[in-house]
Design a protein around this ligand. Structure first.
Ligand SMILES: Cc1ncc(C[n+]2csc(CCOP(=O)(O)OP(=O)(O)O)c2C)c(N)n1
Ligand SMILES: [Mg+2]
Length: 414
C-alpha cells in the first residue's frame, strides 16, 4: 500500500481500489475524498471551464475579470498587438494546412485553438530568455521574431529549421516527444551555474511540451533535475486534451499542474484560451525563475481544434460535440469581442489586421512555391560543428557515385 513518506500515513489513490483491503469489505463507496474512477476522469477533462484552480482574466464571452494572485496591466495598444499576433499566426496555420493539401508540404502541424496559450507565453519571454519548442509552437516562433516562412523548410523536407537558435532565443523544433525538456534543463542549469539568475535582470528558460509528453521519462527526469538544481526553467505544458488519438485520461489521474507538487515546485493551471491569463501567468513564472526561485510548471488548459497533423483524421477517435463545445471558447474570438466591447479596438482595426493577414498568406505561399530544392549532398553539411573526416569521406564517395551514375546511358540498369 503506498504511503506518505513524511507522515507515514497510508493512502489510496482516488478512483483506485486498495489491493490490500480485506476482500469482504468490497469496493469502497465513492465519496468526495475517494471518487470513482469515472468521476476522476470526468474531473480531468470534461470540466468545461478547467476547474476551480483555473486562472482566467478574459471569459469566453470576452469579459475582463480579475484574479487575486495573477493579473496583468495591458494597454489598449498591447491588446491590439496580442490580437494581431493571434490572427496572423492563425492565418499562417491555415495556409500551412492548405499547402500540405496542395502537395507543397509533406506534413503540417496545426496550432488551431492554441494561439492564446502560445502568444501569451511567447510575449512574456524576454529577448535574453531561451525557449525550447516541440513542433507545434508556430505562435511562439512568431513572438521570437522568426518569420513564418522559416518554418516551411522543415515541413517541406528541405531543412531542419533555418533560424539561428542562438540569436533568436528559440531552439529548433523537436519531434522526439519530451526530449526538449532535458535540453532546456541543461540550458537552464547553465544559466544558473554561470550566475545569470538571481535578480530582475536574470535570465530564464521556457520548455514547451504537450499533455502526452508528460508521460515520457524525459519530462520526469527534467523535472527532477531542474528542481534539485533550482534551474530557472518554466515548464509550459499545453494540455490540448489529446496526444494524437490518446485522450488525457491515458496520461494521468491527477490534473497535470498538480504533478509539480511531487517535484517540489509550484504548478499553476491557466486558461490556455485566454491570452491575457497566459501572459500574466507566464510573466510571473518567468520572473520566479529569473529571480532564482527555481522551476515552475504552467499547465495551459486548452484544446487542439484541428487534427494532430495533416496525416491524422481526428473524426475517427473523437466526437464532434467536444469540438463544438471548445469552439465557444475560441481564443481569437474572445479577444475580438473584448476589443470591441471595451473600445480598445474598432472595426477599422480588425479590417486592417485581416488585410495584413491576406498579405502575409500570399507571401508565405509564394515563398513556399519558390523554395529551391536542396541538392542531395546537403545532408552531409552542418552535421557537426567541427569538420568530420568520416562525414567528408561519405560526401566525396556520394559525389563520386553521382558522377558515375551520370555517365550511364539513360534507363541503364545498375
Ligand atoms: C519519443 C516519441 N514517441 C512517440 C512519438 C510519436 N508522437 C508524435 S506526436 C505524439 C503525441 C504527443 O502528444 P502531446 O505531447 O500531447 O503533444 P500535442 O501533439 O498534443 O501537441 C506522439 C506519440 C514521438 N514523436 N516521439
Ligand atoms: Mg496534446
Amino acid at each position: 500500500m503506498p504511503s506518505n513518506i513524511r507522515t507515514g500515513e497510508h493512502w489510496t489513490r482516488p478512483g483506485h481500489l486498495d489491493p490490500h483491503a480485506p476482500a469482504e469489505t468490497g469496493p469502497p463507496a465513492a465519496t468526495a475524498a475517494t471518487p470513482t474512477r469515472e468521476q476522476v476522469i470526468a474531473g480531468l477533462r470534461a470540466t468545461s471551464e478547467g476547474g476551480a484552480d483555473l486562472v482566467q482574466l478574459l471569459t469566453p464571452e470576452g469579459e475582463r475579470v480579475s484574479h487575486p494572485e495573477f493579473d496583468v496591466d495591458v494597454s489598449a495598444e498591447q491588446l491590439r498587438g496580442l490580437y494581431r499576433d493571434m490572427v496572423l499566426i492563425r492565418r499562417v496555420d491555415q495556409e500551412g494546412n492548405a499547402l500540405q493539401r496542395q502537395g507543397q508540404l509533406g506534413i503540417w502541424v496545426p496550432l488551431l485553438g492554441q494561439e492564446a496559450a502560445q502568444i501569451g507565453a511567447g510575449r512574456a519571454l524576454r529577448s535574453t530568455d531561451m525557449a525550447f519548442p516541440s513542433y507545434r509552437e508556430h505562435g511562439v516562433a512568431w513572438c521570437r521574431g522568426i518569420d513564418p516562412t522559416e518554418l516551411l523548410g522543415i515541413f517541406r523536407g528541405a531543412d531542419h529549421g533555418s533560424w539561428d537558435p542562438g540569436s533568436t532565443g528559440f531552439h529548433l523544433y523537436t519531434i522526439v516527444i519530451g526530449n526538449q525538456c532535458l535540453n532546456a534543463t541543461g540550458y537552464a542549469m547553465g544559466q544558473r551555474f554561470e550566475g545569470r539568475v538571481g535578480d530582475d535582470a536574470g535570465e530564464a528558460t521556457m520548455a514547451f511540451f504537450g499533455d502526452g509528453a508528460t508521460s515520457q521519462g524525459d519530462v520526469h527526469e527534467a523535472m527532477v533535475w531542474s528542481a534539485v538544481y533550482d534551474a530557472p526553467l518554466v515548464f509550459f505544458c499545453q494540455n490540448n486534451q489529446w496526444a494524437i488519438s490518446e485522450p488525457l485520461e491515458r496520461q494521468t489521474r491527477v490534473p497535470l499542474h498538480q504533478r509539480a507538487d511531487g517535484y517540489g515546485f509550484r504548478g499553476v493551471r491557466v486558461d490556455g484560451n485566454d491570452v491575457l491569463a497566459s501572459l500574466a501567468v507566464s510573466r510571473w513564472a518567468l520572473d520566479e525563475a529569473r529571480h532564482g526561485n527555481g522551476p515552475v510548471l504552467v499547465e495551459a488548459f486548452t484544446y487542439r481544434m484541428g487534427a494532430h497533423t495533416t496525416s491524422d483524421d481526428a473524426t475517427r477517435y473523437r466526437l464532434d460535440d467536444e469540438l463544438e463545445t471548445w469552439k465557444l471558447k475560441d481564443p481569437v474570438e474572445r479577444l475580438r469581442v473584448h476589443l470591441l466591447r471595451s473600445g480598445s479596438g474598432d472595426q477599422q482595426f480588425l479590417d486592417q489586421v485581416d488585410a495584413e493577414a491576406d498579405e502575409l498568406a500570399e507571401r508565405f505561399r509564394r515563398y513556399c512555391f519558390d523554395m529551391p530544392e536542396p541538392p542531395p549532398e546537403r545532408i552531409f553539411s552542418e552535421v557537426y560543428a567541427e569538420p568530420s573526416p568520416p562525414v567528408e569521406q561519405q560526401r566525396s564517395d556520394y559525389l563520386a557515385y553521382l558522377a558515375d551514375f551520370a555517365d550511364q546511358p539513360a534507363g541503364g540498369v545498375r
